[in-house]
Design a protein around this ligand. Structure first.
Ligand SMILES: Nc1ncnc2c1ncn2[C@@H]1O[C@H](COP(=O)(O)OP(=O)(O)O)[C@@H](O)[C@H]1O
Ligand SMILES: [Mg+2]
Length: 247
């Protein structure tokens, strides 16, 4: 369980988060929506200790990580898979080597065990036959899927996705959504997904939350938020029907 309580954070002299409360339950798939610049990426960074709040408390499975730094965060970071927007792959390593890297760095598994695990992860992200390719030989959507596979390599109980489908065409975005959907069914994972893709949000979310003016102003199941009378939510979702938010 991830819990943020009364989080206030100013960056560059501006208040970004303003007394934000958010609880993500164990094994829940929580989708965070909100306008560009609202602080969604900043919120994710709090959970892995890349940004510390000015006020408030962050707990992961009842462990208070609010004031931890550097090495003190090691075990927390290993329990969290972070899927970066860019993919952030190492170009001189193959796809399979990129996925194996966290296992080589953080575990003492045998080469055989690592190879088996890599193949399992490649299957999960529908890249079964692409392990020997290099990052510059595959498409942007494939790179993102490799990023997901790598984030899952250590079987983290928590996975954070920062706009996993941004900049992809609808077909590739669907492929990513399928991977996230499969993950939800086949693994015991708590996931927090930032996306602008409302179609995907409504398909995979257990709950959806809206970040606006530094707080979660609306939260609920897809059905509940669809029925919301909150003008901000109504407007945000109206764009969905108009197809304006397909990023
Ligand atoms: N390290 C930083 N220093 C100063 N300002 C930052 C920093 N990181 C983010 N910001 C600002 O915080 C606001 C929220 O950013 P971000 O979380 O990236 O928005 P988004 O919701 O689009 O992900 C933006 O105005 C951004 O410029
Ligand atoms: Mg962002």
């Amino acid at each position: 369980m991830i819990r943020l309580e009364g989080i206030s954070t100013a960056l560059g002299g501006r208040d970004i988060l303003r007394g934000l409360d958010l609880t993500i339950r164990r094994n829940e798939t929580y989708v965070l929506l909100g306008p560009s610049g609202a602080g969604k990426s900043v919120l994710l960074k709090h959970i892995v200790g890349l940004i510390r709040p000015d006020e408030g408390r962050i707990t992961i499975d009842d462990e208070d990580i609010t004031h931890r730094r550097g090495a003190e965060l090691g075990s927390v970071r290993r329990s969290i898979g972070y899927v970066f927007q860019s993919g952030a792959l190492i170009n001189w390593l193959t796809v399979a080597e990129n996925i194996a890297l966290p296992m080589r760095e953080h575990t003492d598994q045998s080469d055989d065990a690592i190879e088996t695990k890599v193949q399992k992860l490649l299957d999960l992200v529908h890249l079964s036959k692409d392990g020997e390719k290099f990052p510059d030989e595959i498409s942007g959507g494939m790179k993102k899927r490799v990023g997901i596979a790598r984030a899952l390599a250590l079987d983290p109980p928590i996975v954070l996705f920062d706009e996993p489908t941004a900049g992809l065409d609808p077909i590739r975005a669907r492929a990513i959504a399928r991977v996230v959907g499969n993950m939800r069914e086949s693994l015991e994972v708590t996931s927090l997904i930032v996306t602008h893709n409302l179609g995907i949000a409504f398909e995979i979310a257990d709950r959806i939350g809206f970040l606006e003016n530094g707080r979660i102003t609306e939260e609920g199941t897809p059905e509940e938020v669809s029925a919301s009378k909150n003008p901000f939510v109504v407007e945000f979702l109206a764009d969905r029907a108009a197809g304006k938010r397909t990023e």
